[in-house]
Design a protein around this ligand. Structure first.
Ligand SMILES: Nc1ncnc2c1ncn2[C@@H]1O[C@H](COP(=O)(O)OP(=O)(O)OP(=O)(O)O)[C@@H](O)[C@H]1O
Ligand SMILES: [Mg+2]
Length: 146
């Protein structure tokens, strides 16, 4: 009798594994990584132009901050609003935008095109993989949250 019980117990525990694979390891719900975050540090007067270009390619949202920074020239030889700054840090704008993988290349190219003057201090673009996104109001996640 006990042997029968043990047999039934193990069958119930093992059957799902045999039929569906080990639970909690690979789930159909797990999505491939499909998003990128683009951070662009640009000259402040280029913000409008960059914003317009990103809107044109259908970027839904963005975050903008006023930051300070320096690059290779340490800010010394840069001109800001007509006068040469002698400090290390110059005012810059940091744009953060999260987009789908398919949009990332176009978005980065649009930023570079709009922000470029060809003079020193034009800025940089950094691209990061995004693990997950959640729209708080609806609790949608992944690309649907963008
Ligand atoms: N390696 C870096 N890491 C983080 N931020 C950076 C880096 N390089 C530049 N930045 C940011 O970008 C801003 C603009 O940099 P900048 O365009 O002067 O870079 P650069 O390498 O000196 O290029 P350029 O020779 O064209 O001036 C800086 O003020 C800083 O905020
Ligand atoms: Mg520089």
């Amino acid at each position: 009798m006990n042997i029968l019980r043990a047999y039934i117990y193990f069958f119930h525990r093992l059957a799902p594994w045999l039929l569906e694979g080990k639970p909690n390891t690979i789930s159909v719900k797990d999505k491939q990584q499909t998003m990128k975050k683009i951070e662009a540090i640009i000259k402040p007067f280029k913000l409008e132009e960059v914003k317009e270009s990103l809107s044109e390619i259908g970027v839904a949202g963005m975050t903008v901050s006023e930051v300070k920074g320096f690059g290779r020239q340490k800010g010394h030889t840069e001109i800001y609003r007509g006068s040469e700054y002698t400090v290390d840090f110059l005012p810059k704008i940091l744009i953060q935008v999260v987009v789908s993988d398919e949009t990332a290349k176009a978005a980065s190219a649009a930023i570079v095109k709009a922000a470029k003057t060809g003079k020193i201090g034009d800025g940089k673009v950094f691209i990061y993989p995004i693990e997950e996104a959640v729209r708080i109001r609806t609790e949608e996640n992944g690309e649907e949250a963008l």
